[in-house]
Design a protein around this ligand. Sequence first.
Ligand code: ATP
Ligand code: MG
Length: 435
Amino acid sequence: DPLMYRQGEAVLHILIAHDFEAYFVGGCVRDEIMGREVHDMDIATSARPDQVIELFDRTVPTGIQHGTVMVLMGDYSFEVTTFRKESDYEDHRRPSRVEFVDAIIEDLQRRDFTMNAMALGMEGRLIDPFGGREDIAAGLIRCVGQAGERFEEDALRMIRAIRFASVFGFRPVKSLWRALVAGRGMLSFIAMERIRAEFERVIEGPRPLRGLALIQRSGMINEVKYPVSYLEPIRESYIRTMENPLVSGLVKRLYLLLRGLNIHAEEAEELMRHWTFSNLIVERTTKLIRFDEQWLDRLYTLSPADQEDVQKWRHTWILLELAYGSDTVVDWLECYQALLQEAAQASYPVPEWKQLAELDFLNRLLDQVREWHEGMTVYELRDLAIAGSDVIQCTGKKGGPWLGQLMKQMLESVAMGELVNEREALLEHVKDVVN
Ligand code: ATP
Ligand code: MG
């Protein structure tokens, strides 16, 4: 965004005009060099927070005790942080002392990885004391300084290393990897929310399989998993489908991961809560798993004779869709199509689809259920052309459990196409069945 860049330069300019040093730092410099989209720009300066506040009209003291002031410029905002160093880390996670320093290089020294420890000044002058640019070109994740020491200070950096390796498709250097494997136990000092935030980036990112493989190989999973005894891929095709282009977003990716690990809905829900995913994510993912379990359950328990009976299938499907809602079904259809694609192309054994004939059958079935899904005109009671009050009025009876049952039954009949969703037709039906 050239406009953001220009406004950021205006901030640098004002600081420099007042004899302070100022640079773009961290993720934005890295992303710029990598040719990735820059979403926000952080600025580091020799000015102290009170001096920053004085220099700009619009500021918000977002983290003043750490030296951070948000500066608003045009339609953009910039986090402006005073050069600082951190020391006396406690419990492998937080510095008990934050100290302002005079030189950018000292500020860069506290940062985690070489690629994140570069500064960009006016006229594109790059300050890169630890070889960040070279490491980016070689695709390497390397700590600033001794990996072992840096992980002792702040153990979150271990999972951040894996996150960046996964998202960028980079490789941790050997010394980093050794320190990570040796130090993985320290992850237990880190709040699960912070681990989850990094894990989330892995799952949502372009190469979740890479991140998962690194997490597994490092042995790190033992530090963060819940008492789940079998975090081993059982259904490899599910796990691999996480990288299918048809599948994006946290909910679908988590669903494929958990199903791939053969974790059932209830346990998956517990596990996601333990991992501190938001209620919304936990609920949507659990629902998707539960829908899948129920549908496949029906599928595999139907006798061959039933399999011929399209009406029976249709009834089962529509009842499930009414119970779970269209959002869940749409997510499921996308995942399932990707899954069948993956299974068809798999060059590894797919035990979950014992033979290709079964795959054919599932493909045809997918087309069929998609047709049923697209043909649905109602999903919930409020989609019906009449309300409960209309039924009361028309029958003159008092409300009670019968009313809910009747409404639900009408919803199913309309969804099945046995009843037309029109006021007159529905009232006619009510009269028929109530008397
Ligand atoms: P992105 O925002 O794309 O995730 P980022 O590099 O901006 O990447 P942030 O978490 O926003 O990551 O952190 C901003 C900068 O702060 C990093 O580039 C890095 O220099 C520094 N940093 C962040 N977390 C740590 C940490 N745990 N230890 C040391 N430095 C860190
Ligand atoms: Mg950032």
